[in-house]
Design a binder for this molecule. Structure first.
Ligand code: HEM
Length: 459
């Protein structure tokens, strides 16, 4: 295995630009059918056939778009960090998220983003995040209390982990208002996400003023979500919430930057973005990690031993963290990350013209054979501190990279580690044979139940 440091981005473009190879598709629709059927599989296949940079042509002649997929860690570094201002969140996908969920930290750009980041960064410092641990543990304890009295039986990890991570993020966002918000979020979030996904992939997107079924579903779900958030925010403002209230809405309302505050609409946009970015992503990470633990009893035993020894001290969960990182290598919650290219660039020797839709792909880079031996094998020892140190920074990037990397990384890792320790301490897990299903649904999601046998531990 080679260990390569990130290469310095080229500063001058070569004289005769070489265009990346084009993936073979059908005459009529290009690669649209392959991408629609199995986008992640098509990306992996294209990497093996064409190499580190490949172009997909999508859609019928006349309406055809070109999408450039980049797989080498140098390319991810160039797009997300080295030349990041050249790659904007102006693509269709981010446009649809903006339309549905507002313009919070994930989607905003330029001055808006900088201003929001100044307000939000203090809420995600390691000290602040450590302060959320008690709420995370409380929710895990509730799940343990629900499973504990039952005899051994099969549960659906997808369902259970989605519910757990939604409760955690809602409790931390809404505090005592959680019971008002949760049912609305549970009902409206799925349909809103589904419409974003559908519109993001559709060759034609009907204007929102057209009363199509999809548009009406989107608007209905959006009204419900905005409504409950706005009500809670307005309630806090009129009631004169206590300064320093521990939930995130309280912190957002209190936040000051040079004497300025966030408007009610800005607070709502952040809340929705935290719900979007912070709930299914963590749930996916937990679902696949537990699935893998159920398939690898020796690893599960080590995680359990560590949990027993650590008690409530999450700093003593080093091996659990390695397991989580390895699970996120194989099942990254954000398997693809897209941008729109502003000016011509060169990546891995290929010309990238201005206007190119470009996608970095943790799904493929995390399996790049130049950086990972036996890439499909689950092996948490890949993440010992020594081995991590020598690896290319962008060989593993489930949380993105550069200035737009995930603000919730420590939040999510802490939540997952608390859940894994809390659950393995109380139960043993066995996964039935077979690969779990997945699809690229805004984030990586199982397409159906992910069964696991849960057995209360006898001590
Ligand atoms: C396993 C869990 C998570 C994963 C894998 C994940 C992944 C990511 C990735 C890949 C990005 C960058 C997207 C891009 O460059 O296009 C991102 C950004 C972001 N994430 Fe996460 N995320 C996770 C959990 C969370 C949580 C728990 C929160 C909040 C509570 C959160 C909030 C955000 C926000 C606000 C951004 C935008 C940051 C910016 O642009 O400045 N994420 N996340």
């Amino acid at each position: 295995m080679t260990t390569t440091a990130p290469t310095t981005p080229p500063t001058t473009l070569s004289k005769t630009p070489t265009m990346a190879p084009v993936a073979r598709g059908s005459f009529l629709l290009g690669s649209a059918v392959d991408l629609r059927r199995d986008m992640l599989g098509a990306c992996k296949q294209a990497f093996h056939t064409y190499g580190d940079v490949v172009r997909f042509r999508v859609g019928p002649p006349g309406l055809r778009r070109e999408i450039c997929l980049v797989f080498h860690p140098d390319a991810a570094h160039r797009v997300l960090a080295g030349n990041w201002t050249n790659y904007r969140k102006d693509n269709i996908f981010y446009g649809e998220i903006r339309r549905a969920f507002g313009d919070g930290l994930l989607t905003s750009q330029d001055d808006d983003w900088q201003r929001q980041k100044r307000f939000l960064q203090p809420m995600f410092t390691p000290r602040r995040v450590a302060g959320y641990a008690a709420t995370m543990s409380e929710q895990v304890d509730q799940l343990v209390a629900r499973w504990r009295p039952r005899p051994a039986g099969t549960v659906d990890l997808n369902d259970e982990m989605t519910s757990l991570s939604l409760r955690v993020v809602c409790r931390i966002l809404f505090g005592d208002d959680v019971d008002r918000a949760l049912p609305v979020v549970q009902q409206a979030f799925g349909p809103l996400g589904e419409e974003v996904r559908r519109r993001g992939l559709a060759p034609f997107r009907p204007p929102m003023s057209w009363p199509t079924g999809g548009n009406l579903r989107l608007l209905r779900a959006q009204r419900a979500l905005y409504g409950v958030c706005d009500e809670i925010i307005a309630g806090r403002r009129t009631a004169g919430h206590r300064t320093g209230e521990a939930d995130l809405i309280g912190l957002l309302l209190d936040a000051r930057d040079n004497g300025g505050t966030l408007s009610a609409a800005e607070v709502r946009d952040q809340v929705l973005i935290f719900l979007l970015a912070g709930h299914e992503t963590t749930s996916t990470a937990l679902t696949y990690t537990l699935h893998l633990l159920g398939r690898h009893p020796n690893v599960q035993d080590r995680v359990r031993e560590e949990a027993d020894a650590a008690g409530n001290d999450t700093t003593k969960l080093a091996y659990t963290e390695m397991v989580l990182k390895e699970a996120m290598r194989l099942y990254p919650s954000a398997p693809l990350m897209g941008r729109l290219t502003v000016a011509d660039d060169e990546i891995c020797g290929y010309h990238i013209p201005a206007g190119t839709d470009i996608i970095t792909a943790p799904w493929v880079t995390h399996r790049h054979p130049q950086f990972w031996d036996e890439p499909e094998r689950f092996d948490p020892d890949r993440f010992t501190p020594e081995r991590e140190k020598t690896r290319h920074r962008y060989a593993w990037f489930p949380f993105g990279g550069g200035p737009r990397s995930c603000i919730g990384q420590h939040f999510s890792m802490l939540e997952s580690m608390i859940a894994l320790a809390g659950l393995t301490r109380e139960f043993t897990f066995t996964t039935p044979a077979g690969e779990p299903s997945y699809t690229n649904h805004i984030t990586l999601r199982p397409t159906g139940p992910v069964p696991i046998l849960v057995k209360p531990r006898t001590r």
